[in-house]
Design a protein around this ligand. Structure first.
Ligand SMILES: NC(=O)c1ccc[n+]([C@@H]2O[C@H](COP(=O)([O-])OP(=O)(O)OC[C@H]3O[C@@H](n4cnc5c(N)ncnc54)[C@H](O)[C@@H]3O)[C@@H](O)[C@H]2O)c1
Length: 431
């Protein structure tokens, strides 16, 4: 057990420098006056003073399935989490798994895994693994997660939880039957500005919420000659930007506003055929290129959602605005350190203000850098892994859980149903 103190004479960045007494961990960046120009403003050590930090717990032994985009970013999170969040016992990066032996060996070396494997079945059967991290395309999530749950492992699965609602329900039933910890990887909940937005909403700063308006726009497949990769094939990806991007903003709407009860949606596929990745002919695009829907929330708010890969100039443009009776919030992932807040009561001085969410009191920030020293995309995964490992250490249920993943899947499915029927559809229950 460590107690965090605010005492001068330590590392500028709040890193653990000395442990003269094993019971006291001295962490502060207030020692150097120029780093703390506002004097009394609470910074890392102040914000964390008195917090007790458990250590000496068993390290979580992790196996990661998938070594490309999410594999790389999850590896980074496991590798760095304990350097910044010392209350988390450093996880053991046991084994990384993928289908190509040469590439998975190179990934193990590059990302810092002890071993590599081409069989997720072998990895799940091992006794020395506690947590299975599923960072593969959606067509393999259900099979791997159900096998992992049956083997008694904790399961951390990338989003969307599955390619269909029945699959997602089976995954939920498996983890609940086996009573294993489970989490779905909606990392954007852990953007400090978004966690802070939730705090403001919970404090009542927006009052009753009227509107949730979100867009998640990209442009990476606008070239009609872009190949038919797995993300454009329904049997592998389930859907296009709908499951890929709308899943994120649906989860954020639930995190910030509440449950969605009914939806009215439409989808479109602009380019129906593309070259096959191996260059041998062309194949049919079987997913949406754009998916839009309107929604009603349980609490009376209304919402609009738009996801597309055809918004020229928009690279990873996740934005939302929330309008309430007392104020509004606005966020843009491409400016993720900032949150815009408008307070209706400010009279003639009113206007959206830019809050730079980099103060020690803001969610997660105390672990990183002094105010104004911005963080980025990968940090959201470090926060996610931090919260997951903390829950495992404390034997608590991590969130968002597979149940959250199923509820998101139910909204996704209701939108597709509505688009097909050309009418409003109620969101089905998760079970
Ligand atoms: N949280 C986010 O913001 C975010 C961002 C991107 C992707 N994702 C999700 O992460 C998942 C993976 O996407 P990605 O972009 O990393 O894909 P990717 O194509 O970059 O990597 C997929 C990996 O899975 C491996 N793989 C595929 N099938 C496998 C199998 N049957 N057994 C073992 N390994 C297998 C591949 O070898 C590869 O290493 C998807 O569910 C996707 O929706 C989430």
């Amino acid at each position: 057990m460590y107690r965090i103190q605010s005492e001068p004479g330590f590392d500028l960045w709040g890193r653990r420098l000395q442990e003269e007494d094993r019971s006291v961990l001295c962490l502060t960046r207030c020692a150097v006056p120029w780093l703390n120009p506002r004097g009394a403003r609470p910074m890392w050590a102040e914000a964390n003073r008195g917090r007790e930090v458990e250590t000496g717990m068993a390290a979580t032994r992790v196996a990661l399935i998938g070594y490309q985009f999410m594999g790389k970013v999850h590896s980074h999170a496991y590798r760095t989490v304990s350097s910044f969040f010392p209350e988390i016992e450093r996880p053991e990066m046991k084994v990384i798994c993928g289908r190509n032996a040469t590439q998975v060996a190179a990934a193990a070396q590059q990302y810092g895994w002890q071993e590599h494997s081409t069989s997720w079945q072998d990895v799940i059967a091992r006794d020395d693994i506690d947590l299975i991290d599923i960072s593969t395309p959606g067509d393999s999530h259900a099979e791997i997660a159900i096998a992992a749950a049956r083997a008694g492992k904790a399961v951390f699965c990338e989003k969307p939880l599955a390619n269909t609602l029945p699959e997602a329900r089976e995954m939920l039933a498996a983890v609940e039957k086996a009573k294993v910890p489970n989490m779905v990887a909606f990392n954007y909940r852990r953007v400090p500005a978004i966690s802070f937005a939730r705090q403001l909403i919970q404090e009542g700063r927006l009052g009753r919420i009227y509107h949730f308006r979100a867009r998640y726009l990209q442009d990476w497949i606008m070239d009609p000659e872009f190949p038919l990769v797995w993300r454009l094939q329904a049997d592998k990806a389930g859907s296009g930007p709908h499951g890929d991007l709308n899943a994120h903003i649906i989860d954020l709407s639930r995190f910030l506003v509440g449950e969605i009860t009914e939806v009215s949606g439409m989808t479109e596929t602009f380019i129906k055929e593309r070259p096959l990745p191996d260059g041998k002919g062309r194949g049919e695009v079987t997913v949406d290129d754009a998916a839009l829907f309107l929604a009603r929330f349980e609490g009376g708010a209304v919402g609009s959602f738009e996801a597309t890969r055809f918004a020229g100039g928009r690279k990873n443009h996740l934005t939302f605005e929330i309008n309430g009776e007392k104020g509004s919030l606005s966020f843009d992932l491409e400016r993720l350190n900032e949150l815009k807040f408008y307070d209706n009561s400010e009279g003639t001085t009113q206007g959206f203000r830019d809050i730079l969410v980099t103060e020690g009191e803001h969610p997660y920030i105390a672990a990183w850098w002094p105010p104004g020293h911005i963080i980025g995309y990968e940090h959201t995964f470090t926060h996610e892994v931090r919260d997951l490992l903390e829950a495992l250490q404390k034997k608590q249920a991590p969130t968002p859980s597979f149940r959250d993943g199923v509820i998101c899947q139910a909204v996704l499915e209701a939108v597709l149903d509505s688009a097909q029927k050309r009418s409003w559809v109620e969101v089905p229950s998760p079970s």
